[in-house]
Design a protein around this ligand. Structure first.
Ligand code: AMP
Length: 210
């Protein structure tokens, strides 16, 4: 089973959902650069202060900031068993830098039509405490604005707006092909149908990761 994974897909494609499914099967460190950056913004660290302006506009944070963050994250003991990157690399320069640190074994590319992405991103809310993700359209919490799992208040990501979504989606489209091209022939690549990630069974996941 491959244990150094890259989850690839547009914002709202369901990378987080797939990551959750994979975690039910094998214990890998889930490394989401978006989550790491949001944590830094919340704590107002130097990385967070640099990143915030870019994130608010839906633009990519500079490569050197993200690469340094990944280097540090990979030193944590939970990465020894393997890891899955979510939202990284977002540029060829990031992919090249990552190659110097570690070798990816498998790319799982999630594909979803744009109209579904719009609904998913604009409806996305998450728990301010435990991070559980819901959707106001397709998967609302039982009580409005209250997390089913821990009872805390829900929040809406600052960059999940119509204005930034287009920039984020265009940026993804512009960079996705060159990144996949970079890995072509070097790393196994599988496509996942993002309309059905929620229904995937443990066996489906195991087959994907062979
Ligand atoms: P995400 O949660 O993956 O949608 O990321 C949210 C925002 O964080 C993005 O719109 C970027 O501003 C920033 N970001 C996340 N990952 C990266 C990355 N690998 N490179 C540059 N910026 C990133």
């Amino acid at each position: 089973m491959k244990t150094k994974l890259l989850l690839f897909g547009a914002p709202g494609a369901g990378k987080g959902t797939l990551a959750g499914k994979i975690l039910d099967v094998v214990k890998l460190a889930h490394i989401s650069t978006g989550d790491l950056l949001r944590e830094n913004v919340k704590k107002q660290t130097p990385i967070g202060l640099t990143a915030k302006g870019f994130m608010d506009k839906g633009q990519l944070v500079p490569d050197e900031v993200v690469i340094k963050m990944i280097q540090e994250r990979l030193k944590q003991p939970d990465c020894k068993q393997g890891f899955m990157f979510d939202g990284f690399p977002r540029t060829v320069a990031q992919a090249q830098a990552l190659d110097k640190i570690t070798k990816i074994e498998l790319i799982l590319e999630i594909q979803v039509p744009f109209d579904i992405i719009v609904q998913r991103v604009l409806g996305r809310i998450s728990c301010s405490k435990c991070g559980a993700v819901y959707n106001t359209y397709s998967n609302p919490p039982k009580v409005e604005n209250v997390c089913d799992k821990c009872g805390s208040k829900m929040e809406h990501r600052a960059d999940d707006t119509e204005a930034t979504l287009k920039t984020r989606f265009d940026t993804y489209n512009k960079n996705a092909q060159p990144i996949l091209e970079y890995y072509k022939g070097k790393v196994a690549h599988r496509i996942v149908d993002g309309l059905h990630t929620l229904e995937m069974t443990k066996d489906d996941i195991k087959k994907l990761m062979v």
